[in-house]
Structures are given as C-alpha cells and as structure tokens.
Write a new protein. Sequence first.
Length: 211
Amino acid sequence: MSVTHVIAALLAAAPLAGCMPMSDSRPQSPADLNIPDLRASFSPHGQATLDRLAQDDTQRLCSEAAATQKSLPRDLAGKIEGENARSIKWPANGYLGDWREGEKIAQSGVGKQFNDAPGVPSGGNCYACHQLAAQELSYGTIGPSLYRYAAARAAMPRAELERYTYGKIYDAEAYVACTNMPRFGAKGILSEEQIRNVAALLLDPSSPVNR
C-alpha cells in the first residue's frame, strides 16, 4: 500500500489546516490561513494538480473548526451532514456488488498519485485505516475495526444496513461531520460499481470480513 495514496485520499476528505506552518504554538484562526502561501508550497506533478487544494464548503467549515481547536457546534455538524446526505447519488441496481472485487479494491493503494497512469481505477486502500479480516497481520487503526462488520450490526434491518453501508463509503460526511474518512464517491475516488463491491465485502457472509 502506498503512503502517497493515503495522503491523496485524505486531502480529498480532511481539513487542510494541519498542513499550515505555524510560527509558534498558538492555534491558528481562520483569518490566519493564507491560501496563496499554501498553494505556493505545492507544485503540480502529472495528474496531481493544484485543484486538489480547492476546498468545498464542507472542507472549509471543518478546516475552520480545526484551526480554532473548538468542538464543532451541533447545528453546524447537522448542516454538514445534511448537505452531504442530500448529495449522495444512490445506485439504481442495488447497494451490493461482488465482494471478491471489493477485496481487491480494499487492498489496493493505486490511484490519484502523480506517478499513476491517468484513468487507472483507484483503490480504496482500506487496510491503511481499518482491520477487515482476521488473517491480516498489518492494518491501520485510524478507523475502527470492520472485522465481522455485518454481525456487529445485526440489529439493523438488512435493507437499511445495505443503504447505510453504501452511503457511508460514498460520503462519510453525511454521517459524521468532519470525519477523517475519505469521501470516496463524492470526490470521485471510487466509482459506483467499486463502492457497491466494497459494500459487498463488508456485508456478504462469504467474504473474509464476516468469516
């Protein structure tokens, strides 16, 4: 798995304030964020262009909250979650695909890097942040373990669980404002088919996640 892919994916989802240099230990306020200086510290390289530094409303609000080191007000969190929930593009052919393809996507760190061929499908690099299967010896702990994902959510009606799982992968900001999880569908990291396949990996009883 590629460290640069993790960075690229997180830039698509997470606030940029942490990249800003600080002259002392005091937290920065939103007014201190100098976007021209930030852009000047990056250079385009292949498909890794400077448009990745352009923040949408969700990223801007989360950056401002991080810069002031204050808890996100509940009404603002609700606004972020609501706006992202309304923008989810739901699939027409069900929420689940092929878990075998989903496993390949979860293990792949390819995509969105300057040295990747443009047009090559991205991976999800899910093991960088989550445990997914018992046999995996190395995995990240930024996110919770997803091993036995379906069993842990057995109380949720199946149709509701499938919709929730697809939506959480598509845009996690619809469920938890200012999460560190990449917005895989909303930011075009994964296609609809890829998201359906990863959702199947989490829910299919035959997948290693649920065995």
